[in-house]
Structures are given as structure tokens and as C-alpha cells.
Design a protein around this ligand. Sequence first.
Ligand SMILES: [Zn+2]
Length: 403
Amino acid sequence: MILNHVRLIRELSSGISTESGFVRVEKDMITEVSDRPYPLADETAVNTNIGNTEDIDMVDCKGKTLIPGLIDLHTHITVLNQVGFNCLHSDMELLTTAAEHAAHYLDMGFTTIRDCGSIHRVANEVKHMAQIGLIEAPDLITCGRAVMLTEGSEDHIMAQHVHFADTVDEVRKAARQEIAEGADFLKVFASGAAAVATSVPEQSIMFPEEIRAAVETAERKGRYVAAHCHGDNAVRNSILAGVRTIEHATLISDETLELAAVQGAYLIPTLAVMHISDGPRKDYWEKRLGPMFRHCTEKMAKAYEMGLYLGFGTDCAAGDFCYDNGIEFRFRRENCGMKDLDILLQCTRNNAVIAGIEDRVGMIRKGMSADLILVDGKPDLDIRCMYHRPKLVMKRGKIVRRM
Ligand SMILES: [Zn+2]
């Protein structure tokens, strides 16, 4: 297939910048990227309508911008909008609901997502179903259940998607079990959680040696650790223990930002999860999340100025689909002062490097997986066009969404 008359962005297309080039896709791979339009022998013989027929081998993209499929490094497909908690009575319903919600990510152009803890480890199964082509969904990177020490009530909804472990030995055992069950990485809760009323986000709830135990166990099996961290101490302890990705980093201090820069730890802010929608508990959430949001956006603006290699995640909040409507893009632009092109790099190239999958995705280049999206606008110059659904989404060489 030829995607013709595409606008390409230099930073995302291996140095090729053009207002009208083409990209050739064969099977599931990108095999050619050109800064010129595809030469047509007979212009009238080609199908020029994006919305047409199944077996088109040429798509006229009419100068729209082609970028790599987006990557979301922090979500929970079973917790989005509380979906999983409504079907705890049936494992089959949980599985189909999780698969359906994973597939929704394609609507917004996300072709790779990382699930940071799923009810009954069901994201592992959805990943497998997507891999063998049983369902149409983004590629998933999964951790099974997140490792968490006893915190609050075990019968709280949290308990459904975490693996309780206290002490170094229990953390090691939980880590080994999650890896044995198919985890690609390990997720630990180094601080309290914002979404749980009895939990205190500022508190550093894991001992440094427990975090270290998770890191060492993961490394022995070629995995890495992602740590949920709101409080500054939790961020610091996690960086010093060798954690690869710091999730949220909400209450990070200037000193710990410096440490992250020196140690090369990756921060994955998830601003969208602090978006407060209208509802009966709006005041409660404003009081709980408002100060966290203001602190986080101020520090992420600073991290950005310092040149830290920032990732991109959205997470999930009750009642909202955080990846939808471009909330994460908007907060980074309006509240952190990040440049449009840099935000675009964060959710493509940066995330691919952070997740260690940059040899396959995150860039338009010969030999990469044909995970591509066509955007109506120039997102490198004005990211606001990413608040809407892309015109076309291609996953491994197959057009899976178009409008
Ligand atoms: Zn999360």
C-alpha cells in the first residue's frame, strides 16, 4: 500500500520533511519513505477516496500529516471508567470488556499502550489475543497485577488489580509470580494512591529495600520496574533503587528533579488523571487533586526546561477516559508550557525509547512496524489538532480506523 501526498515531520520521519511525500507499506512494515509524491502513471486509475473499499492499495492523504501511532505508557484497561469493577461477577465479561476498552484506544490513534495493573491480570490475556490477531487492539505492554503492600482495606476495589506483598521476601515472590504469569515489566506502589480515600499520596509506603527487591528480581528476568510515586521521598527512593520509570512524579522536588537528571530515570507524568469533571464529588476531588495538579504542572514545566526526557501517560480516573479528547496534550501545552513538537515527541519517540521498543515503533522509518496515523492539521506546529480523532489509523499495515 502507498500512503500518498503525506506531510511528514522531520523529527518523526528520520530527517525527512515534506509537504507531499509518500510512505510505502508492505505487509506489516514500512518499506519506503520518500519526500516526493508517488509518481502516478495514470492519475485517474487510482482510488483517491480515503473512505472507500477494503482492498485499496493507494490512499491519497491530501497533504495531511502522517505521524507514528501514539503510545500511552500509563493506563489500566480494566479500571478505565470503572468498567472492570462492574463485571467482577463474570471473568468472561471482564475479558470482553477489557478487550473492548483496549480497542477504543485505536479511535484516538494509540497503537501501543502499557497497562499498569489490571483486574485479575486480564490485560495479559488481552495482549495475547491482540498478538495472535483474535481482536483488533493496540499492542499491549503489561505488568499483570501491580505489587502493593498492605494499605487500607483489602476489600477495597484496589485489591482487585494489585498483588499484596509486604517484606522483601514477599515482594520477591510477588514479582516472580507476576513475571511467570506474563508480565513484561513490574509495577510497584512506592507511595500512597490519590484515588483511594484512605491512602495518603505524600506517604512513602515501601521501604527502599522492598523497592530494591523488586528491581533486582525484575532485572534477573530481563524486566524493569515502574513505580507509582506521588510523594517526593517515594520518587527519590525509587530512583536510587534503580526504578526505570517514575509514574506520576506528582510531588517531586527540585532536588529530586536534579537526581532524576543525573541518574537518567524516566518521568512519566499523567496529568489527565487529575482532570476533574463535573459530578457530585467535584468539590472533594478539587480539594484532594487541585494542589497536586498545581504542584505537578509546575515541576513538569521545570523538568521540561531542564531537558529531562519525559514520557507520556494518561492513567484512568473514575468517570473519565483520560486518553480521550486530548486532555493530556492540553495540560502539557497550557499548564506546563511545553512546545507542540515536544509534546508530540513525548507520546511517540520518547515513549518508545522509555519502553525499550524504539526498534519497532515511535518513528516513521524503513523497517519499522506500520503503525501510523493521519492527522488533519499540523500537530508539530499546533498540537490542538490532536484533541480530535485522527482521519486514519493503521495498525501493523492494516487500516483499522478511518473517517
Ligand atoms: Zn495508574
